[in-house]
Design a protein around this ligand. Structure first.
Ligand SMILES: Nc1ncnc2c1ncn2[C@@H]1O[C@H](COP(=O)(O)OP(=O)(O)OP(=O)(O)O)[C@@H](O)[C@H]1O
Ligand SMILES: [Mg+2]
Length: 228
């Protein structure tokens, strides 16, 4: 079943001679439950694409449908609700709130949505992410890898249908990246969560169902993997 449909997406930054076409007419669909890797050189538009799919940035033109809903036809208030409920975004540079501790960063989106965090669910997730002992530390008191785990926890905590991850293992050693990949695969499998994962790591891309390659804002390759 098709979950996401991306139609003729364009994103242009700047004007005149400073104009950059970060996305140039990108179209593809994503079936529910797919684990999709997005690869491509630096500056090819990967983060731009992810931010638009997560509703944090608007396209210059083109459309994104999630469950037949036209994401950018919504007003800002409903777009904010979409961001809180339907997608979990793991940012390349974490975007943690510096004055909130690990636990508060993880529970913030749920609380903003007027819901009460479930203590057991939180404990389980902190355990799984191996940051239980660091739950009351501020981001500045955490290593890069630990901050990355907090940002992953924040995206997973609300159990959204779609996880959008920008280099989720970019700051981790190979043992830790393998653990984070296992966690994402488990979440993908147990909850039929759809995942779009940007990576520079070929190993990670090969663990996904499909690999989409961007270059200069365009899709240059779209291949299925035999995931075993
Ligand atoms: N806010 C912005 N203003 C102007 N140009 C931007 C902005 N954000 C991104 N760009 C430009 O758009 C292009 C795509 O950037 P993007 O961050 O999507 O690349 P990327 O594929 O994620 O790269 P990386 O692998 O280095 O993270 C780049 O040329 C970048 O300089
Ligand atoms: Mg990027």
């Amino acid at each position: 079943m098709e979950l996401m449909r991306i139609e003729n997406l364009c994103k242009t930054y700047g004007k005149g001679e400073n104009e950059v076409k970060a996305l140039d007419n990108v179209s593809f669909t994503v079936p529910k439950g797919q684990m999709l890797a997005v690869i491509g050189p630096s500056g090819s538009g990967k983060s731009t694409l992810l931010h638009i799919l997560g509703g944090v940035d608007r396209p210059t033109s083109g459309k994104v449908f999630l469950d037949e809903q036209d994401v950018f036809a919504q007003d800002n208030k409903n777009l904010a609700i979409f961001r809180r409920r339907q997608v979990g975004l793991i940012y390349q540079f974490y975007n943690l709130i510096p004055v909130l501790d690990a636990e508060e960063n993880i529970t913030l989106p749920l609380i903003m949505d007027g819901r009460k965090p479930d203590k057991k669910h939180l404990d389980d997730l902190l355990e799984l992410l191996q940051i239980k002992e660091r739950r009351h530390h501020l981001p500045s008191q955490l290593s890069g890898g630990q901050q990355q785990r907090v940002s992953i926890g924040r995206a997973l905590f609300t159990s959204p249908g779609v996880i959008l991850a920008d280099e989720p293992t970019g700051n981790l050693d190979s043992k830790n990246s393998a653990e984070i990949m296992k966690l994402l695969q488990k979440s993908n499998h147990d909850y039929e969560q759809t995942m779009i994962i940007i990576t520079h790591d070929e190993n990670i891309a090969l663990q996904c169902d499909r690999i989409l390659t961007l270059s200069d804002g365009k899709i240059v390759s779209d291949k299925l993997n035999d995931r075993k």
